[in-house]
Design a protein around this ligand. Structure first.
Ligand SMILES: [Zn+2]
Length: 402
């Protein structure tokens, strides 16, 4: 299949680097609160990617990291007078039940960054030894002038980079040098001892520690929502490639468009979120999934509750067709025979073309309509070949239907 790569700004062939297992690492949430529909949009897109890769015969390792060390977690824990880890545990459990409720079942591993602090400390030491990092006023920074073309993922020129500020502090070498290790007063909650002082790892080095430990010196796809391209993924990339010496460290970068609310990004800090748990009281998982898949994953768009409400009647033909064809239809080994069928070929073509789910949905609905029409005319079971065709498409897109 071909998938748009943020790095090259082109659709490129997607294949596992080691020839057998496709390794993807998707940035998970900071567990400071319940996740919202913006997260649902992101993880449904990656779930569909993983489902399709599996359907096409690949093995898939789908890794999600959980940020459980963050000021927002410490602040909230203090307000609620609970240990910060207890707060993180609670929202991690909620996250896992929310993704399950949305039928996002392809995630194979969840790694908490708090389990990788020792690894992060070792990496910061390596970067200091390589002289690509420096200590300034007790904090340790990455010197972006030492990276291989810092800005290459976000396509920012050196002039544009100079206008940006990351982790602003006096005495930094470049305005976008980012924190690898932040000093924190001794005795604060959530601090670790390191050779460069008591503190906490920076956000970006945590992901690098997980990636290097889980995947070694390279892997296939890294992703998240577009807001993560800069500075988060740009910074990760600089660290990854400097530490591993492998360029490219990640073959493919996939980013999903944002879910907006009244033109602004849906985010906890803007206070405009619709939590997944709340949405699931009014809409089914299939309706929410349909709403997102009816648009391309790279689109950013406003949450339109009127459109989401219509999803109920729009998903109906799928439910009717599902009632008419048995879910236990034997279809496990029949994919190869279906590849020759024109309808499935069109479906596969849409999925292979940068996950064109709006088009794939049209084809699925055509099959559902055909099933509904045939069974209402004859009261017989619909044609044998329609049933496995239907279920392959339903599973690829991740509808539950029962
Ligand atoms: Zn991340």
């Amino acid at each position: 299949m071909r998938l748009y790569n943020t790095m090259t700004e082109k659709k490129e062939e997607l294949a596992p680097r080691d020839g057998s297992t496709f390794r993807m690492f998707i940035c998970g949430p900071t567990v400071q609160d319940n996740v919202h529909l913006g997260h649902a949009k992101t993880y449904i897109a990656f779930d569909v990617l993983a489902r399709w890769l599996l359907k096409c015969g690949n093995k898939v390792q789908f890794l999600v990291n959980i940020t459980d060390i963050d000021d927002k977690i410490f602040d909230r824990a203090r307000k609620e007078s609970v240990p910060f880890m207890a707060l993180a545990d609670r929202f991690l459990a909620d996250f896992l039940s929310d993704v399950e409720a949305l039928n996002i079942v392809t995630i194979s591993k969840v790694e908490r960054v708090s389990n990788y602090v020792e690894g992060a400390i070792n990496l910061v030491q390596d970067l200091l030894r390589k002289e690509v990092a420096y200590v300034n006023d007790g904090n340790t920074y990455f010197d972006i002038s030492k990276a291989d073309h810092f800005g290459k993922l976000s396509h920012l020129s050196s002039y544009e980079l100079k206008l940006k500020q990351i982790d602003a502090a006096p005495g930094k070498r470049n305005s976008v040098d980012f924190l690898l290790w932040r000093k924190v007063p001794e005795g604060s909650e959530g601090t670790w001892k390191s050779p460069f002082g008591v503190g906490r790892p920076g956000w970006h080095i945590e992901d690098t520690a997980i990636a290097l430990s889980q995947f070694g010196t390279s892997y296939d796809l890294h992703g998240g929502a577009t807001e993560l391209i800069f500075p988060h993924h740009e910074a990760e990339l600089a660290q990854d490639e400097t530490l591993s010496g492998e360029i490219p460290f990640v073959s493919h970068w996939m980013h999903t468009g944002l879910l907006l609310k009244d033109g602004e990004k849906m985010s906890k800090s803007l206070g405009n979120v619709v939590k997944i748990q709340d949405a699931l009281r009014d809409y089914s998982a299939d309706e929410i999934r349909y709403y997102f898949l009816a648009r391309h994953y790279r689109d950013s768009f406003d949450l339109d509750l009127k459109v989401l409400s219509k999803a109920k009647s729009e998903v109906d033909p799928l439910l009717k067709a599902a009632e008419r064809v048995h879910k236990d239809t034997h279809h496990g080994n029949e994919l190869r025979t279906l590849v020759d069928k024109e309808t499935f070929r069109q479906f596969a073509q849409a999925m292979d073309d940068d996950l064109n789910t709006p088009k794939a949905l049209q084809i699925l609905f055509r099959v559902a309509d055909e099933i509904n029409e045939k069974s209402s005319n004859t009261r017989d079971r619909p044609a044998d070949e329609l049933s496995p065709l239907f279920w392959h498409m339903v599973e690829s897109l991740g509808f539950r239907l029962f």
